[in-house]
Design a protein around this ligand. Sequence first.
Ligand code: ASP
Length: 650
Amino acid sequence: MQLDFLGDLKRTHTNGALRATDEGQRVTLMGWVNRRRDLGNLIFIDLRDRTGITQIVFDKEASPALHEKASQLRSEYVVAVVGRVKKREGNTVNKKIPTGEIEVVAGSSDGDLRILSESKPVPFSPGEPDPAQLPNEEVRLKYRYLDLRRTEMQANMELRHKVALAIRNYLAGQGFFEIETPFMTRSTPEGARDYLVPSRVHPGQFYALPQSPQLFKQILMISGFDKYFQIVRCFRDEDLRADRQPEFTQIDLEMTYPQQESVFKVVEGFLKAAFAAAGVELPIPFPRMTYDQAMQKYGSDKPDLRLPAMVDVKEAFTPEMMQTLGIAPSLPIVAIRIPKVGELSRKERDEIKPLFGDRKDAKLFDDFKRLEKSWPDAVAKVRALVQHSSESAVGIAGVPPATAGETPAATQSQDDLLVIVAGGAQPAEHKSEGGVKPQVVQHDHAVYNAAGALRVALGQKYAERHKLFAGDRKDANSYRWLWVTDFPMFEYDAEGQRWAAAHHPFTSPHERDMPKVLALEDLGSVRALAYDVVLNGTELGSGSIRIHRQDVQRQIFRALGMTEEEAKSRFGFFLEALEYGTPPHGGIALGLDRIVMILAGAQSLREVIPFPKTAKAVDMMVDAPTPVSEQQLKELGIAAAKKRAADERG
Ligand code: ASP
């Protein structure tokens, strides 16, 4: 086919722009052929670009030559047309699209059609309105350029752009500077595996891609920049779960002299701006809850506030009852309530047990009727406790009742499913002198964790019935936010038999817990000035107030079982920087991809990342990773132990 050049043709309008009021104008449009309908004497072309679709008409009688040329058009050809805007008549108006009142008549004496580019037959049509007709995701990812042409993907990328821009504008308005930090650096402390970049100039040496700009942003505070942010790519070589990407984007920030609340305010501000960009008015501030409260009421450090909290019902149980039921009297007993589940059949009831799983440290009582037969008073008491808790809307620190209150569905009804989770056998550690040891707390945690996991699983299983997850995306009430504070500073790594940093080792412990850190005692109970922001049961970001004192930093490394040499070799540059006048500072990082995914109502991060990788970390479009040439390896001084053929990836 003879293709045309653009020449000096200039686009006058985009394909979403023209309205009835433009009637009679001579316009020049450009775009892709979304669809061609050939009715003999008339050919209709739907011309598409980022902004929409305009119908173009070629009439054989008005211009046989242009009509003939238009008959050669196929899907996804790129064309320029010159024509006149004409109002459509009566029943030919297309109410489904904004330009549906008009069409552009190109096939006339002053019209023109230039075929700028042709297209091979497409593996799937970007104009396909029905998502069910799309091929599988691998094909979409291989032909990502076609996939991205789809209206839905164009909208997702536009949303991403607007959200990022709103965040940038907000933070800039608050005095934050966007400052870049290097991608080729050395290992950072987030604790995942690094992606390494070999150095040709220094054979055998490697850069690491940053898991986050953590140490750089802290150094920027030491460097006097006061408030820093960056919308930045981070790289973590983790075993990929369905919703993880090896490279992802964080909204990363750091500020000097903050209390936790100063960080919360900034984050609430930019999230409000980001959601406003998507048409959602978020009420702020968000509720706050300590880690301990979250564990006790929700059995999770990322509570989903859309479901009712768990209720402590221990007082309903007599010692005899606990003995008969085989419940450990020292451990928690909690009730889980899932609203509006209705009467369960025997079979449905049997499906609950597998959700709970086979656990030694916690027990499930899912048959309330049976309990009621033997202990009617106790069950009445449980119901009363649950009732009471559903009436007293959770008062969450620092938040007006309107935003802290539970959803209306939290009020108890007859239709609700109630189950009880308690501790199994009495943990041996309870025999020891001196009351609560960290291990004992862990047994409490085991019960809370088991209950919390079941609560979420039941919530998902009966989502169709309680409908608490079915919120409208544009309605602020669909988003249940929460700050979780006072996380434990250390986690015991049973395998390595040592304490590990629960957030990262630059997180400050609570001032009041410093004596324990100095004495290296009872580390399990040390609280950190670390916090997470949680949305509908998903952690969207975490951060902390940092250690700004070199002596404290050293002691933390000691607590983590790191020798002075080790600390020096990993973070020496940073420890040194701390010695030159470090202001107190703190910050946070939130996942941008996830925020956009939620706002787009998308099911996967890949729907909101322009060029994502598959769950196996493969880029289907460019086909990466790939083996490299012997020559490249030689230059880098690297010998591959085993060449991975592309087809080995499976
Ligand atoms: N760098 C941390 C992370 O990526 C966040 C922070 O502490 O600011 O999880």
